[in-house]
Design a protein around this ligand. Structure first.
Ligand code: DAH
Length: 343
C-alpha cells in the first residue's frame, strides 16, 4: 500500500515535469500514461490487491491521479498546437495553402488528340520522329532532290554548326522514317511540330504542327484515300460536312489533291473565312509517288499507298474560330482557360 502510494507520487512528479516539443512527443505521452497498456491502467489494476477497508480511500487517490494525467494530456495537446501555430518567424504553417488551380489542355493538344483518336479507330498507329532532321529524310527521300524548285515552297531553317541538318519542314519526314524501318502493310499517322522560316504574323508562324498520314499496302487506291479523309472530317466536324478534292502538286505524291471542306461558319453560302467561296482548304494528299516507295525498297509494282498532311492549327482554327496563329504560343491564360473539359 505504502509502496503503491509512493509510486503514484513519483508518477505524478514525472507527469508534472513532462514537456512535449512536438506532436509526436504528445502522442508518446498519451501512449505511456493513457494507452491500453499505459501506467494509469496498470495502477488501476492494483485495486485488486488493496484490502477492502482501504478500497474507498485508494479509489479516490487513483481517480485523482487519472484526472491529473488527463488534464496534463489536454494541456500538452493545446500547448503543442499553439506551438505549431506560432512556429518560427510568426509563420503559421497550419494555415491552408493557396489554391494554384488546375491547368487546362492546350487547344492544339486537344485537337491533336481528337485527330489521333479518329484515325486510331481506322487502324492507324501513331509514329513519331526527330524535329532535327537530315536532308534525306526531310527532302531527298521524299522526291525533292537538291535542285528541286519545290524546296523553295518550304523555307528551311538549317543548323548553323552542320548545314546538312535542318529543322524538319513537314512531318513527311516521319513517313520516311517509318518506311525505312517497316515493310507494308503500313498504316500510321505522325503528329508533330514543324518549322519554317516565316515572319511571324496572325497568319504565319515559324513553327506549327502537322499530322501526316500514310497507308501502304497491296491494292490501296485513291478511293481509300477519299473515304478515309471523308470519314475523318465527318467525325471531326459533323455529318453535314461536305468535301471536295482539287488537283494539286506535291513531289511525294502522284496524283496529288488538296481537300476542301464546306465552310463551317457560313455553311457554304459565303463569308469572310471562306473568302466567299463556301469552301476552306484543310489538307494536302495524294497517292505515294512510286519513287518514294522505291527509295525504301518497297516494290511499287506490288504496293501502292496514300498519304496526307494537315496543319493542326488550321483544324483548330476552324473548330474554335481562333483567328490569330500567335495566340497558340503566347501562353496567355485568358486564351488558354477557354478550352476546358476536353480530352
Ligand atoms: N508535306 C506537305 C506540307 O507540308 C503536306 C502533305 C501533302 C503531306 C500531301 C502529304 C501529302 O503526305 O500526301 O505542305
Amino acid at each position: 500500500m505504502e509502496q503503491l502510494l509512493q509510486q503514484i507520487k513519483n508518477y505524478k512528479q514525472e507527469v508534472a515535469e513532462y514537456t512535449a516539443a512536438n506532436a509526436d512527443a504528445v502522442e508518446e505521452f498519451r501512449i505511456k500514461y493513457l494507452g491500453t497498456k499505459g501506467i494509469v491502467k496498470s495502477v488501476m489494476g492494483e485495486m485488486k490487491s488493496v484490502p477492502n477497508e482501504s478500497k474507498k480511500e485508494f479509489g479516490l487517490i487513483l481517480n485523482e491521479f487519472k484526472q491529473f494525467v488527463e488534464t496534463k494530456f489536454e494541456e500538452l495537446k493545446n500547448n503543442n498546437s499553439l506551438h505549431i501555430a506560432q512556429h518560427s518567424d510568426g509563420i503559421d504553417w497550419s494555415l491552408p495553402g493557396d489554391d494554384f488551380g488546375v491547368g487546362t489542355r492546350h487547344p492544339l493538344i486537344i485537337v491533336r488528340n481528337q485527330i489521333v483518336s479518329i484515325f486510331k479507330r481506322l487502324g492507324f498507329a501513331v509514329a513519331e520522329g526527330p524535329e532535327i532532321e537530315d536532308d534525306w529524310h526531310n527532302f531527298g527521300s521524299m522526291n525533292l532532290p537538291e535542285d528541286h524548285p519545290a524546296r523553295d515552297m518550304q523555307d528551311t531553317f538549317y543548323i548553323s554548326q552542320n548545314p546538312s541538318w535542318l529543322l524538319r519542314t513537314h512531318t513527311s519526314s516521319v513517313q520516311a522514317r517509318v518506311m525505312e524501318k517497316q515493310k507494308p502493310p503500313i498504316r500510321v499517322i505522325c503528329p508533330g511540330r514543324v518549322y519554317r522560316n516565316e515572319t511571324i504574323s496572325a497568319r504565319a508562324h515559324c513553327f506549327f504542327h502537322q499530322v501526316e498520314g500514310l497507308s501502304v499496302d497491296e491494292h490501296v487506291s485513291f478511293a481509300d484515300l477519299k473515304q478515309t479523309l471523308y470519314f475523318f472530317v465527318q467525325e471531326m466536324f459533323g455529318k453535314d460536312i461536305k468535301v471536295r478534292f482539287r488537283p494539286s502538286y506535291f513531289p511525294f505524291t502522284e496524283p496529288s489533291a488538296e481537300m476542301d471542306i464546306s465552310c463551317l461558319i457560313c455553311g457554304g453560302s459565303g463569308c469572310n473565312v471562306c473568302k466567299h467561296t463556301g469552301w476552306v482548304e484543310i489538307l494536302g494528299s495524294g497517292m505515294v509517288h512510286p519513287k518514294v516507295l522505291e527509295n525504301f525498297n518497297i516494290d511499287s509494282n506490288k504496293y501502292t499507298g496514300f498519304a496526307f498532311g494537315m496543319g493542326i492549327e488550321r483544324v483548330c482554327q476552324l473548330k474554335y474560330r481562333v483567328n490569330d496563329l500567335r495566340l497558340y504560343s503566347q501562353n496567355d491564360v485568358r486564351f488558354l482557360r477557354q478550352f476546358t473539359g476536353a480530352v
